[in-house]
Design a protein around this ligand. Structure first.
Ligand code: UDP
Length: 160
């Protein structure tokens, strides 16, 4: 057993965050990962990926009836994305706050969408909307062996 592997990986909350193709093309990958890292959430999965259309359709399956669904799927497959799995108590809601509301024009300055976007169809980043969807989406986008259970040594400096 590798010493840095966590012995008891409790079922803590996880969120699936993704830098969308516009964020990758605009060179915002590092900036976006930095915001979650410095907040204190733990990275447990990270990869670059060219999304197959079938996966984009499955990920956004709940939006199938929306008028923007076709364009949304085209957008997500239009270039590589960066897939991020984050872990920590309350990570789903907190990541949504850091990301900002769906339309970047309405998103608060200081949020990712508020700082880096102007249109809803190019809103730079995705974040799961519930803990259930966090687990579901991580399962969709990552193979099991791509999720790394590890002990983060700064934890005592983040949590009492
Ligand atoms: N979207 C869009 N037009 C809209 C609403 C949403 O293109 O009018 C896209 C946008 O990329 C958004 C995604 O569809 O991030 C999913 O929409 P949802 O309402 O789930 O927003 P999110 O949870 O991403 O903020």
């Amino acid at each position: 057993v590798v010493p840095s592997l966590r012995v008891n990986a409790a079922a803590t909350e996880r969120s699936y965050v993704m830098v969308k193709p516009d964020g990758v093309q605009r060179g915002l990958v590092g900036e976006i990962i930095t915001r979650f890292e410095r907040k204190g959430f733990q990275l447990v999965g990270l990869k670059m990926f060219q999304t197959p259309k079938s996966l984009a359709e499955e990920h956004y399956g709940e939006l199938k009836e929306k008028p923007f669904y076709g364009k949304l799927v085209d957008y997500i497959v239009s270039g590589p994305v960066v897939c991020i799995a984050l872990e920590g108590p309350g990570v789903v809601a907190s990541a949504r706050k850091l990301i900002g509301v769906t339309n970047p024009l309405n998103a608060e300055p200081g949020t990712i969408r508020g700082d880096f976007g102007i249109e809803v169809g190019r809103n730079v980043v995705h974040g799961s909307d519930s803990p259930e969807n966090g687990l579901r989406e991580i399962g969709l986008w990552f193979d099991q062996d791509e999720i790394v259970e590890w002990e983060q040594h700064m934890t005592p400096w983040l949590k009492e």
